[in-house]
Design a protein around this ligand. Structure first.
Ligand SMILES: NC(=O)c1ccc[n+]([C@@H]2O[C@H](COP(=O)([O-])OP(=O)(O)OC[C@H]3O[C@@H](n4cnc5c(N)ncnc54)[C@H](OP(=O)(O)O)[C@@H]3O)[C@@H](O)[C@H]2O)c1
Length: 271
């Protein structure tokens, strides 16, 4: 299959109101002259981005306000995105984490995380794969996962579980699609400097510019490069590639203990 074409076609990006999703959307418009469907809860941010990209790059940008924890919003996202247009590429990037002791993790929050990181992604992957097969000559889907899904990551235990699901789901589904004219890419970053660090408290320790923290534009560029090349499993950055490789040979308990050491001192003090 030839490389994925983003130019003048529509790419849907979930979680486009900040961080990695916003940066990928910006690059698709600026560097590829691609049209966009932007999805997130914060409509004001999506509309500001849409205005910026439409003016600067003369592309069409559609905004959909949707909450990925709500089944009806996930369904509506697909329906609105595909109403009268072909979505050639879908980037399922919206995600949330919880950083803290697993003993303290509120179950309601866990369920919202599961719905956002896993359930909505499974549903949308399947729907867009069908849509692309029916309507587009050769599109692609990209799932944004995390290295927390390849290494058991203490203090983000449930998040780590959701991303482990995505890694296996994505790689298994990609193999099923290998002879079809639709590709599935799993993008697997390590730490990125985005709002997620502030929301979760991880930025208490992990700051922009620190070793292991990628700049969001560098990360977004690698994501799109891998997506366009139809790579199946994309780990951005030499250090992340090295860690991912080495940790495959480590006993799981050792890997978890190493990760715990890295994350423990970013925890808030005990009350
Ligand atoms: N930052 C990191 O260190 C890191 C590392 C590895 C992987 N990742 C992954 O990268 C992806 C992007 O994260 P980021 O770092 O760019 O974080 P971010 O800046 O916090 O962006 C998260 C995006 O997801 C959207 N989102 C969250 N919950 C949603 C919901 N219920 N419904 C719809 N949209 C929702 C947010 O939009 P609204 O709030 O406007 O809805 C926002 O646009 C995530 O899947 C994350 O797990 C991040």
């Amino acid at each position: 299959m030839h490389t994925l074409e983003l130019s003048r076609r529509y790419t849907l990006v979930t979680g486009a109101s900040s961080g990695l999703g916003l940066e990928m959307a910006r690059m698709i418009a600026r560097d590829h002259h691609g049209n966009l469907v932007l999805v997130a809860r914060r409509l004001d941010r999506l509309e500001a981005l849409a205005e910026e990209l439409q003016k600067a790059h003369k592309v069409d940008v559609v905004c959909i306000q949707a909450d990925m924890t709500k089944r009806e919003d996930v369904t509506r996202t697909f329906e609105e995105a595909t109403a009268g247009r072909v979505i050639n590429a879908a980037i399922l990037n919206a995600g949330v984490t919880y950083f803290g002791r697993g003993l303290d993790h509120d179950f309601e929050h866990f369920e919202q995380m599961l719905a956002t990181n896993v359930t909505s992604v499974v549903w949308l992957t399947q729907k867009f794969a069908h849509h692309i097969l029916e309507k587009s000559p050769s599109g692609g889907v990209m799932i944004v996962s995390s290295l927390a899904g390849t290494t058991p990551t203490p203090y983000q235990a449930a998040y780590s579980g959701t991303k482990a699901f995505l890694n296996n789901f994505g790689m298994a589904f990609a193999e099923e699609l290998v002879d079809e004219p639709v590709s599935l890419t799993v993008f697997v970053p390590g730490g990125i400097s985005t709002e997620m660090g502030d929301k979760s408290g991880l930025s208490r320790k992990f700051k922009k510019g620190d070793v292991g923290m990628m700049d969001v534009d560098v990360c977004a560029r690698r994501a799109l490069e891998g997506f366009i090349a139809r790579e199946r499993f994309v780990v951005p950055g030499a250090l992340n590639v090295f860690n991912d490789f080495i940790l495959r040979f480590a006993p799981r308990a050792f890997a978890a203990a190493m990760a715990a050491r890295i994350y423990r001192d970013a925890l808030p003090p005990k009350e």
